[in-house]
Design a protein around this ligand. Structure first.
Ligand SMILES: *[C@@H]1O[C@H](CO)[C@@H](O)[C@H](O)[C@H]1NC(C)=O
Ligand SMILES: *[C@@H]1O[C@H](CO)[C@@H](O)[C@H](O)[C@H]1NC(C)=O
Ligand SMILES: *[C@@H]1O[C@H](CO)[C@@H](O)[C@H](O)[C@H]1NC(C)=O
Ligand SMILES: *[C@@H]1O[C@H](CO)[C@@H](O)[C@H](O)[C@H]1NC(C)=O
Ligand SMILES: *[C@@H]1O[C@H](CO)[C@@H](O)[C@H](O)[C@H]1NC(C)=O
Ligand SMILES: *[C@@H]1O[C@H](CO)[C@@H](O)[C@H](O)[C@H]1NC(C)=O
Length: 528
């Protein structure tokens, strides 16, 4: 029996005699079953008197005898497990190498580590697959020379600061763990160990992983950048409408955009065609409806240049009575000009349709003259067509000049003449151009000599001309005649035309329409 005791519990010779009758069991069972023998407290106190350097002696202010008792149980077991030659006399090493079943258990007895015996010089916990953070309890054993935690599964940060308490540590092995990368090289303490203490510990920069990272950075990153650049370039050249609006410089049209807008130039979107031009109604990515005029003709290179120059100028025009040119596009097969989508109706169709009152006609005239004025002031080099078939009408009954030609300087006289014809056609609802074939002079003379009755016959009766605005119509007629009269040297200026039309327009806004007048008759309160 005595030998069993000695191997089991006789770690501290002073307390050897305190365990008289206990059988050897596992450390867990002993911790549960053993109780302080009588005189334990006083033995411990006398130990401390003899050897005050024992760690538990300095656990002031009050010594926890219960804890110290448990410590002696664990210490005696651990000493035996570590195969220390004479556990009664000494306990020089904690050797739990290759003991995955018990190593974590002993590591968990924090009261043991707290009173870590001064005799222990070496701690070996290697090859145990222990999980968790760095076992900080070992820092209580400040005196150790050797610490081996290799081949485990420790993770998290290495407490670099705490290592400085290991002033006498000469051997350290943290290899094969999962620590986080640490700045060990910054600490003076770790200079005494070389990299073989940290092989695959995670703490040092892993050369292999570093190489992999470097390869990724050096190879994949440039590839990614090149790929992105290619994408961006492709977008810029093919589908700039996919770029964020900040990166889009104005509205640029590419064949790919037009193809997408018309579902691959499908028949569904084709609204008109001739030998050379196909007209599509396209829908852009942002939902804008546009008219795409595509010319499939083969024109020489310099004409292409001119086409682009013209489009560039036209896209700068901005007036409520001009069809907006949104952009252009050229490819090897076609060139296209893209304008805002408008209603299909032109003034000619409008006039020959249900007819329209004088009031609306004046509004159209006003829009046309305002636009002529804008063009004269801002873009004198651009010519435009003024016949009733090329002026479109917007939803708001605004006229829209739709055909332009760049490079026609100072032909004001001709523009006035064409406006005169337009004006006359608006009033007479007939093709004045055809009548003029026989010579302007005769036509003008005839018109001027008409008496009141004949005049009323001549003008379009659908205008619902009343007595109040008949004078206006007459004035407009004579203005139109002045515009086309080649015999007078001084044609009316655009400014003058603008004034007269504006006057008529303002009056037409004030004058009650035919309907309005009848309505007023039924409102006795307002007639005074
Ligand atoms: C002491 O250790 C040996 C093996 O080293 C073991 O066989 C024995 O059971 C241990 N004794 C106690 C009491 O733990
Ligand atoms: C030892 O001290 C503890 C208090 O630390 C006390 O509970 C216990 O009874 C004492 N044991 C003896 C044998 O005096
Ligand atoms: C680690 O322990 C296992 C058994 O648990 C053993 O087979 C292996 O050889 C040990 N490795 C080292 C390096 O000691
Ligand atoms: C380190 O060793 C020296 C000499 O052996 C000793 O005096 C000192 O107390 C030891 N340091 C620690 C922290 O145990
Ligand atoms: C690292 O240091 C140990 C001694 O502590 C030595 O045996 C070993 O060769 C050294 N290894 C390297 C790679 O310097
Ligand atoms: C630490 O342990 C690993 C694995 O057992 C071993 O390869 C390495 O040489 C050891 N390092 C030192 C400094 O002993």
């Amino acid at each position: 029996m005595a030998t069993i005791f000695s191997t089991c519990y006789l770690f501290l010779p002073m307390i050897l005699s305190l365990f008289p009758t206990t059988l050897c069991a596992t450390v867990v069972e002993d911790l549960k079953n053993l109780h302080q023998p009588p005189g334990f407290n006083s033995t411990i106190l006398s130990n401390c008197l003899k050897n005050p350097s024992l760690r538990y002696c300095s656990s002031s202010p009050i010594m926890d005898f219960d804890e110290i008792f448990k410590f002696t149980i664990v210490a005696s077991h651990l000493c035996n497990e570590s195969k220390n030659p004479n556990c009664v006399e000494s306990f020089p090493k904690v050797d739990l190498r290759n003991r995955p079943n018990i190593a974590p258990l002993y590591l968990s007895f924090d009261f043991f580590w707290k009173y870590c015996p001064f005799t222990i010089m070496s701690i070996d916990l290697s090859n145990n697959s222990i999980k968790g953070g760095f076992p900080t309890d070992v820092f209580f054993c400040t005196q150790i020379h050797s610490l081996d935690l290799s081949i485990n599964a420790f993770s998290g940060d290495i407490p670099i600061q705490s290592f400085s308490s290991f002033t006498n540590l000469t051997f350290l092995n943290l290899s094969y763990n999962y620590f986080s990368e640490s700045k060990l090289s910054d600490s003076q303490f770790f200079k005494r160990f070389n990299s073989s203490s940290f092989l695959h510990s995670g703490a040092l920069l892993d050369q292999k992983r570093f190489t992999v990272k470097a390869v990724v950075l050096l190879v994949c990153f440039p590839i990614l950048v090149i790929f992105l650049v290619i994408c961006l370039v492709w977008l810029c050249f093919q589908r700039p409408d996919f770029l964020p609006s900040k990166l889009q410089r104005g509205r640029r049209f590419t064949p790919a955009i037009l193809k997408a807008a018309t579902d691959g130039f499908s028949k569904k979107y084709l609204v008109g065609m001739s030998d050379v031009v196909h007209i599509y109604k396209g829908i852009l990515r942002d939902g804008t409806e546009v008219k795409i005029e595509m010319y499939w003709d083969d024109i020489p290179r310099d004409s292409y240049r001119r086409f682009v120059d013209e489009c560039e100028v036209l896209s700068k025009l901005h007036h409520k009575n001009l069809v907006r040119v949104l952009g252009w596009c050229k490819s090897r097969k076609f060139r296209a000009i893209i304008t805002e989508w408008t209603r299909e109706e032109n003034v000619e169709m409008w006039l020959s349709g249900s007819g329209s009152p004088w009031k609306h006609r004046v509004k159209v005239l006003m829009g046309v003259v305002e636009c002529m004025r804008y063009m004269q002031k801002e873009w004198p080099e651009i010519d435009y067509e003024l016949d009733t078939s090329s002026i479109l009408l917007s939803d708001k009954m605004e006229p829209l000049i739709s055909r332009f030609k760049v490079g026609d300087h100072n032909r004001n006289q001709r523009k006035i003449h064409r406006f005169g014809i337009f004006l006359l056609e608006m009033i007479l609802n007939k093709k004045v151009e055809e009548e003029l074939d026989g010579g302007d002079a005769g036509f003008i003379r005839n018109m001027r000599n008409l008496n009141h009755g004949d005049l009323q016959q001549m003008i379009d009766e659908r205008m619902e001309v009343t007595e109040t605005n008949f004078e206006q119509v007459k004035q407009a007629l004579s203005l139109g005649l002045m515009c086309i009269d080649e015999s007078i040297s001084e044609k009316p200026s655009l400014g003058m035309i603008l004034n007269s039309v504006a006057r008529a327009y303002k009056t037409s806004l004030v004058l009650p329409s035919a309907n309005h007048r009848t309505f007023k008759g039924h409102m006795p309160l307002q007639t005074n």
